[in-house]
Ligand binder design. Sequence first.
Ligand SMILES: [Zn+2]
Ligand SMILES: [Zn+2]
Length: 197
Amino acid sequence: MMDSPAHGAPRTWREIHLAPVAQLDEGTLERLALELSKRSALPCRAVPPPLAGELPRVPNRPQLDADRLLVSLEPLAEVDAPLVGITAVDIAVPIFAYVFGRARLGGRAVVISLARLDPEHYGLPRDPGLVARRAAAEILHELGHAAGLAHCEDPACLMRFAASVEAADLRGATFCADCAARLPHGLVRSTAGAPQG
Ligand SMILES: [Zn+2]
Ligand SMILES: [Zn+2]
């Protein structure tokens, strides 16, 4: 978060663009688009890799630099379609050991890493479905920032800060009513009368 929050009426988004940053396994982007579509009423579309060549790394570390990736992605996003960069490589910023994702308040792009959402990272069995569910939640959290939302204190709100994957799992997959009211129309499906899960 680098800018002050956007005020006023929620922004209008037409669709969400999901783009690979560095190599992704076959089918990963499509699986994420499908999972995100269960939660968002906006069309979720896989787009070609937006960045070519050498990707920015955190100096002296094996991780990609999340903030510099954002700077590269933002000018490539369409005004009414946030660009979600997705990488399997671990990401960080110089002051943090790692981040799950990164966004700028009021920004046009977000970036997330699947590396630490993967149970295999913690020595647990492979589970692509779990990775997709966690990634969809993380994408919505970062898009919340892009829409101008800061972190929320509600323990069951997706905008709550999470420093670990366990904490991220605990905050669930939905926004509190206050945060939901400030999101772009259609970013999350109306859950009125629908079972959660
Ligand atoms: Zn956050
Ligand atoms: Zn909230």
